[in-house]
Design a protein around this ligand. Structure first.
Ligand SMILES: Nc1ncnc2c1ncn2[C@@H]1O[C@H](COP(=O)(O)OP(=O)(O)OP(=O)(O)O)[C@@H](O)[C@H]1O
Ligand SMILES: [Mg+2]
Length: 614
C-alpha cells in the first residue's frame, strides 16, 4: 500500500510545481476517442509489434499475480500445511516455480518495453514529420491567427504526451487492470470474510480522496497560475533587458517580481496545509486498514479458518489492489491529456495546405516565367480582417526586365502587393498575370522558384553564413556562393569575420548589422537568379555608406530581370522605368520620375519635395 500513497503523492502533491507539464485535458467520451482514431492509422505499419508487445505485457502482468499465492503456499509448506489436499508441493518445488516464473516475467518484460518504445518512437516520428510538413505548407493566413510558441508546442509537448501514453500509460493501465481484477478475484478466493471487512473501509477512503483531491487540485491550479505569472515577469524583463536598463527600472522590476513571489508562497502554504492534513488522514486510514486486516486475520488464523500463508497471500494481494487503485487517477489524467493533445494535432493534420510537394526532387521549375507581370483590377482584403479592403481595384504592369517602383504612404498596401506576387494570398477579385497568363495556371512552386524577395527586415537562420546564402539555391557550389557574395558587396565583410563563411550568424542573425544582413539576403536572391525580384524597402534602415554598398549590390541584382522596388526614399528610384504611386490601396499616379515631378498637385511631387528639403 505504500505504492498507493506514493502515486497519490505524485498525482496531487506535486502538480503545482511544473506548469509547462500541465497540458489541457479533455473529457473522456465517445467523441474524443473517435477523434483520436485518426492517429491510429499511424500505428498501422507497426501493428504486429504492438500486438506482440500487448501479449507480452499481459503475460508479464499475469505472472506477477502468481507470486503472492506462491509465497503464501511456501510459508504454509514450511509449517507442513497445504492448501489443496490433492497436491503437496515441496518447498523446493515452489521455490523453483517462483524462479521460473520470475525468469519468464523478466524475459517478456524486456521485450515488452523494447517493442513498445520502438513502436512509439517510430509512430511519433511519422506523425511529427507529417505535422511539421503540414505546418510549413499551410497558407500564410493560418499563421496570422496563431502564435509561433503555440504551434511549436504542438510538435513538442503534444506529441511527447502522446508518445508517453503509448509507451508508458497504456502499458501501465493494462497491467494495473489485470492486477486489480486478478487481485480482487484472488482476495475473494483466499478469504471472502476479510474481503468484506476491507470493502467496508473502502468507501470512506474513496469519498474523502475525491473531496480532498478536488480542493487540492483547485489550489495547485491557482499556485500554478501565480507561478506562471511571475515567470512571465522574468521572461518579459529578460527579453526587454535593454529597456529595463535604459529606464533604470531594475528596482521596480525586482519589487514586482518579489510581490508576485510572495503571492506564490502564500498560496503554496495554503495548499501545504490541506495536503498535510490529507496525507496524515490517508496514512491513518491505510495503515489502519492494514492493522485491521492483520488483526482480524490473526483472529481467523486462531480460529483455524485461515492459514498463516493465506494471510500473507492476502496482505500481498491487497497491496497489489491498493497500488492499482492508487495509480488510476494518474493514468486517467494522462489519457485525458493525450486525447487533448491528439485533438490538437489532428486539427493541424486536417487543415488544408498549399499545393507544395514533399519530394525534394519536385522542386524543379516546370514552367519558365519570362518576367512580364501585371495586376489586373485586384481587390484584396486579408482573410483575418475581411471587412477592410486593402487593395481596391489595383492595376499596373511591368514588362520583362523593367524596373517598377512602388511608392506611397505607410499602410498603403505596398508589402501586400509583394505578398500577392508570391501568392501567399489570393485576391478576392481580379487577378495577377505572369507572362500574360493568369497566375493560377502556374504551379505554386514554379512561381516561388522564380520570384525572389529581399525584405526590409531580413531574417537569417541559425546556421552559418554559407548556409544562409545557399538557402537561395540548395545545391549551389562554393564558387557560386562566393561569386554572389562578391556581387552583393558582402564578400569583403564576410572575409573579415574570424570564421569567414563559416561564421554562425546566431539566433535571428543577431550577430550581424542590419546592412550586413541585407547584403546576405541580396546574395541569396542573386544565387536564386529569379525572373522577378521584389525589393521591399531594401535600403531603408541603412546609413549612407552601407546604403551605397547595398544600392550597388542591388543594381547588379536588378540587371536582366523584372524588379519591383518598394521604397520610401525616392532618391533611390529615380532611374526606375515606371513609378506607381499608391494611396489607400489605389493607384493615384503612374509614370516616370520626370513625368510625375511635372504634376504640381501630385503626391509624388509633394513627397519628393519634402525629402529634398530634408
Ligand atoms: N496579415 C495581415 N492581416 C491583416 N491586415 C494586414 C496584414 N498585413 C497588413 N495588413 C493591413 O493592410 C494594410 C496595408 O499593409 P501593407 O503592409 O501592405 O502596407 P505598406 O504600404 O507596406 O506600409 P509600410 O510602408 O508601412 O510598410 C495596412 O492597413 C495593414 O494594417
Ligand atoms: Mg511594408
Amino acid at each position: 500500500m505504500r505504492f498507493y500513497l506514493g502515486s497519490m503523492a505524485r498525482n496531487r502533491f506535486n502538480s503545482g510545481t511544473t506548469p509547462e507539464e500541465e497540458l489541457p485535458k479533455v473529457k473522456l467520451n465517445k467523441a474524443s476517442i473517435q477523434k483520436a482514431e485518426g492517429l491510429l492509422t499511424y500505428l498501422k505499419p507497426y501493428k504486429w509489434k504492438f500486438i506482440i508487445g500487448l501479449i507480452f505485457l499481459f503475460i508479464s502482468s499475469l505472472t506477477g499475480l502468481a507470486f503472492p499465492s506462491l509465497l503464501g503456499a511456501m510459508i504454509d509448506a514450511a509449517q507442513g500445511k497445504h492448501k489443496f489436499d490433492f497436491i503437496h508441493p515441496s518447498i523446493n518445488a515452489l521455490g523453483y516455480t517462483a524462479f521460473i516464473i520470475l525468469f519468464i516475467q523478466s524475459f517478456v518484460s524486456y521485450f515488452r518495453v523494447r517493442l513498445f518504445v520502438e513502436v512509439a518512437e517510430k509512430t511519433i516520428a511519422d506523425v511529427r514529420r507529417d505535422t511539421y510538413f503540414k505546418l510549413i505548407t499551410l497558407p500564410m493566413d493560418f499563421f496570422a491567427n496563431r502564435r509561433v510558441g503555440e504551434l511549436n508546442s504542438r510538435l513538442s509537448a503534444d506529441l511527447s504526451q502522446i508518445q508517453d501514453t503509448i509507451t508508458t500509460t497504456l502499458a501501465e493501465m493494462i497491467r494495473q487492470i489485470v492486477l486489480l481484477v486478478g487481485g480482487i478475484a484472488f482476495l475473494i478466493f483466499v478469504s471472502h470474510k476479510l474481503t468484506l471487512f476491507n470493502l467496508a473501509v473502502l468507501p470512506v477512503l474513496v469519498i474523502s480522496a475525491i473531496f480532498f483531491g478536488r480542493l487540492i487540485r483547485k489550489i495547485s491550479r491557482q499556485a500554478q497560475d501565480k507561478l506562471a505569472e511571475s515567470n512571465t515577469i522574468v521572461q518579459e524583463t529578460l527579453q526587454g533587458i535593454a529597456n529595463v536598463k535604459a529606464f533604470a527600472n531594475e528596482s521596480y522590476e525586482a519589487k514586482r517580481y518579489d510581490k508576485s513571489l510572495r503571492e506564490v508562497v502564500q498560496i503554496a502554504l495554503k495548499g501545504a496545509t490541506l495536503r498535510g492534513g490529507f496525507a496524515s488522514f490517508i496514512i491513518f486510514c491505510l495503515f489502519g486498514a492494514i492493522v485491521g486486516v492483520i488483526w482480524y486475520g490473526s483472529i481467523l488464523v486462531l480460529q483455524g479458518e485461515l492459514s498463516v500463508g493465506d494471510l500473507t497471500t492476502y496482505i500481498l494481494y491487497s497491496m497489489f489492489v491498493g497500488a492499482a487503485m492508487g495509480t488510476f487517477p494518474d493514468l486517467y489524467a494522462n489519457v485525458q491529456k493525450a486525447l487533448g493533445a491528439t485533438e490538437r494535432v489532428i486539427e493541424i493534420l486536417s487543415e488544408k495546405n498549399e499545393a507544395v510537394s514533399m519530394e525534394a526532387s519536385e522542386n524543379i521549375t516546370k514552367q519558365v516565367i519570362k518576367g512580364d507581370l501585371a495586376f489586373n483590377d485586384v481587390h484584396f482584403s486579408y482573410p483575418s480582417r475581411k471587412e477592410v479592403e486593402v487593395l481596391k481595384g489595383l492595376s499596373f504592369s511591368a514588362k520583362a526586365g523593367e524596373k517598377v517602383a512602388i511608392v506611397g504612404p505607410s499602410g498603403a498596401g505596398k508589402s501586400t502587393i509583394a505578398s500577392l506576387i508570391l501568392r501567399f494570398y489570393e485576391p478576392q477579385q481580379g487577378g495577377l498575370l505572369f507572362d500574360n497568363r493568369p497566375s493560377e495556371s502556374f504551379a505554386l512552386t514554379d512561381i516561388r522558384n522564380q520570384v525572389a524577395i529581399v525584405p526590409q527586415d531580413v531574417l537569417l537562420f541559425g546556421g552559418t553564413i554559407r548556409e544562409n546564402i545557399a538557402y537561395g539555391k540548395l545545391n549551389a557550389s562554393d564558387e557560386e556562393i562566393i561569386t554572389s557574395a562578391k556581387q552583393a558587396n558582402a564578400h569583403h565583410f564576410i572575409q573579415h569575420l574570424p570564421e569567414g563563411y563559416d561564421t554562425i550568424v546566431g539566433d535571428r542573425g543577431m550577430k550581424l548589422s542590419g546592412g550586413q544582413r541585407q547584403r546576405i539576403a541580396i546574395a541569396r536572391a542573386l544565387l536564386k537568379d529569379p525572373a522577378i525580384l521584389i525589393l521591399d524597402e531594401a535600403t531603408s534602415s541603412l546609413d549612407s555608406e552601407s546604403e551605397r554598398l547595398v544600392q550597388e549590390a542591388l543594381e547588379v541584382l536588378m540587371k536582366n530581370r523584372t524588379s519591383i522596388i518598394i521604397a520610401h526614399r525616392l532618391s533611390t528610384i529615380r532611374e526606375a522605368d515606371k513609378i506607381v504611386v499608391l494611396e489607400k490601396g489605389q493607384v493615384i499616379e503612374i509614370g516616370t520620375h520626370e513625368e510625375l515631378i511635372q504634376n504640381e498637385e501630385g503626391l509624388y511631387r509633394y513627397l519628393s519635395q519634402l525629402q529634398f528639403e530634408a
